[in-house]
Structure formats: C-alpha cells, structure tokens
Design a protein around this ligand. Structure first.
Ligand code: PLP
Length: 406
C-alpha cells in the first residue's frame, strides 16, 4: 500500500486568501450593491509593455519557421537572457555575477520552494514573522518544519524572527544558529527593506556559522532609497553564503507569463560541494526551461526602451503607494512600507485585531485588505494593502477609508 508524504497532512488549511474571499463573498451576498475595491490583490494590473509584446511577437513568428524554431531550450535559460541579466541587473551596479551563476525559471515561487531539494532534511531553518507563506509551507512539506502548533500558529522546528515595529520590521540574527535563513527584501508583507548595514551583519553571521541565506528580492524593482542594496551580492562576502531569487512578475508584469531567475554563486560551497552544481543537477533533472517566447519577452526589458516602459509601470504603482500612505496618514492611521516596496503595512487602531479591522474596513469602506495575522503571529495588529490596483480605484478606496476615520 502506497504511503503518502505525511508532512502534507500536518499543513494547516490554506486559510488566509480563501478566508478573505469567503468574507468578501458573504458580505456582497447581503449587500449586492456594494462596490468592493480590493487593495488585497497581490497581482499586477498594468499590461505588458510594448517592447515586450514586440519581442514576443517576433519570437512567435520565429517559432513558425524552420530556421527560427526552438524546441527544448537549455534548462538554465537561454544565453541571451542570462547575459542580459548579468549585464543589466548586476554589472550595471558594479556587481560581478556571471551568466553561469544565473538559472532562469518559471517563477520565484517555484525556486523558493524547489531550492529545498538541495538541502538535507535536518537543517534548521529560520524565517521572518510575518512571512511569505511559501518558505514555511515548502519546508513543512519537506519535513524540516516539525509539527504545527495550532495555538501558537507556528511550527516547532522553525526559528521565527519577529519583524515588528521596534526593529523596523527588519529581522535580527537569532540566538539559536539556523542553517538556512530566508530573508525577503523588499518584504512581503511588511513593505520593509533591509539596509546595507544590516545586510552586512547577516552576511558576516552566515559566513561565520556556515549558514546559507536564501535572499528573496522579487520586489527589487521598487527600491528607491539610497542605502538599500538592490542585490545581496553588493555586500562583501555574500558570494560565499547567499542564493538570490529575482522575478520578472512584479518588475515587468510577467505574473501570467512566468519568468524569474535564481543566482547561485560559484563561490558558495557547503560540505565541500558547490551549491551551483547541485542546483544545476536539480534543475536539469526536474525542469525543462522557460518557453523561448517568454524569455525573449523578458530579455526585451533590458533594452533602453523596454527599461523606460517598465519603469513607467512601476512608477504607476509607486504613485498608488504615495496616495495610500499619505491618505491614511492624514486620517490619523499609522502605516509602514510603500516607499521601497509595493506593500503597505497598516497598523490597526489600538486593541483591534487584524481580522476585526479587515471586517470593519470591508463593511464601512467596502475596501478589501489582507489581515496581517495570516502571515504569522507577529502580523497580528496589521493589515496589508497592495499598490497594484487601478489608480482611480486606489484613490477612491483611500478616500473611503479616510472618511471612516474622520
Ligand atoms: N517572492 C515573494 C516574496 C512574493 O511575494 C512572490 C509573489 O507574490 C513571489 C516570490 C512569487 O514570484 P513569482 O511570480 O516569480 O513566482
């Protein structure tokens, strides 16, 4: 009789987004006239830029010719894209990342989850609290998280690093030394970033203890502050302790087209093995590459025109962020993030829980948010707002919330 992976049975239900949807549906069933504006969506709304479309069209035409047809591509990604990434995202910042260290993939979500394949099950894992749930659930599936403790909302083998107002929502190295450390900057859900100085502390800590930092920088394109590194490889010593995840999803609107990449430096070795070799083995065995047409589209964002066009979309979302931050502040509410990230972390009024606040805003302003408690115990007392919506809707939503509090 086959045995299932019992670790899956330990996972609590995927409660957060289904519960958000359930509450919105329950509300609209009773108030069908309500025009709910969703500041809860984590997906982009701006269409792909013309340069990307042009490159994709050309690639589609190529696929219809004998000479231009591409079948299976390299599992690690086409050289033209790896080269464009190495130049555009790294060399342009004075950072040395070689194309052979870049692995193009179908998403940072997949990579953040799949990377666990190259690490033993006995490793101790540290995650931020609140956290992007993929890090936690994939480790739980692999058996690295132990048992889920319902009452605490935590797994007993994971180290949780609270990211709270007192530490600027920036994780501190824990006392118990983890082997694997997930860092996410700019952060989902708090919108906080890790400064250059703090990241240096993390890199030194990881090198000193032989840990590996899994650095998720899916929202890098939203960084504007000077002291915030765009890549962990700007930090001295990172090449011997870090793996970086990047994505075209939010940078260039590729959520529906799927393209991302992971950098595994050649200098990163543990147990006498290069992790680049292990990841290459994993990818060539379990992954068959991103479609040629999609990779051509992704490469187009590194052209002068492509860059300008995606920047305009990012600026559109950044303008939404400003509307939300300033609107909420003028209503006397406290919020964080939204400067170097597309997420705003709104503090609930004293004594009001995340879900209670969610319900109130939904009922009184007809605005949907995401309760912070759903991202981990330290998210209690916050809701997450996203800036990926339509500008007019965002303004209306903020106006409604302001009216609630004035
Ligand atoms: N990493 C973080 C922190 C995210 O918030 C998301 C998407 O919400 C992802 C990764 C997933 O990116 P992708 O669309 O490339 O799978």
């Amino acid at each position: 009789m086959v045995k299932v992976n019992e670790n899956f049975l330990k996972l609590p239900g995927s409660y957060l987004f289904s519960e958000v949807a359930r509450r919105i549906n329950a509300y609209t069933a009773v108030h069908p006239e309500a025009k709910i504006i969703k500041l809860s969506i984590g997906d982009v709304t701006r269409p792909l830029v013309p340069e990307v479309i042009k490159a994709m069209h050309a690639a589609v035409e190529e696929q219809g010719t004998i000479e231009g047809f591409h079948g299976y591509g390299p599992e690690q990604g086409y050289e033209f894209l790896r080269e464009a990434i190495a130049q555009g995202d790294y060399a342009a910042r004075g950072v040395d990342v070689q194309p052979g260290e870049i692995f193009v993939s179908d998403g940072a979500k997949s990579d953040c989850g799949n990377i666990g394949d190259i690490f033993g099950v006995d490793n101790v894992v540290a995650v931020c609290d609140p956290v992007y749930p993929v890090y936690v659930d994939t480790n739980a599936m692999a058996g690295r998280a132990g048992e889920y403790q319902e009452a605490l909302g935590k797994w007993n083998r994971l180290i949780y690093m609270p990211c709270v107002e007192e530490n600027g929502f920036s994780p501190e190295p824990p006392k118990e030394i983890p082997d694997i450390i997930y860092l996410c900057s700019p952060n989902n859900p708090t919108g906080a970033v890790i400064s250059r100085e703090k990241l240096k502390v993390w890199v030194d800590y990881a090198n000193a203890h032989g840990s590996v930092i899994l650095y998720d920088s899916a929202y890098e394109a939203f960084i504007t502050s000077e002291d915030v590194p765009h890549t962990i490889f700007e930090i001295d010593g990172a090449r011997t302790c870090a793996i970086e995840f990047r994505s075209f999803s939010k940078t260039a609107g590729f959520t529906g087209n799927r393209c991302a990449y992971t950098v595994v430096p050649m200098d990163l070795e543990r147990g006498g093995v290069k992790l680049n070799t292990l990841w290459n083995r994993r990818q060539t065995t379990k992954f068959n590459g991103v479609p040629y047409v999609v990779q051509r589209g992704a490469a187009a964002i590194y052209t002068k025109e492509g860059r300008k066009q995606i920047r305009a979309n990012i600026d559109y979302y950044r303008a939404n962020a400003k509307v939300i931050r300033e609107g909420l502040a003028s209503a006397g509410l406290t919020c964080f993030g939204g400067v170097d990230a597309p997420y705003i972390w709104l503090k609930t009024p004293e004594g009001v829980g995340s879900w209670e606040f969610f319900d109130r805003i939904l009922a009184e302003a007809n605005v949907a948010t995401t309760p912070g408690a759903g991202f981990g115990p330290s998210g209690e007392g916050y809701v997450r707002l996203t800036t990926f919506g339509d500008a007019e809707d965002t303004r209306t939503a903020v106006e409604r919330v302001r009216n609630m509090f004035q």
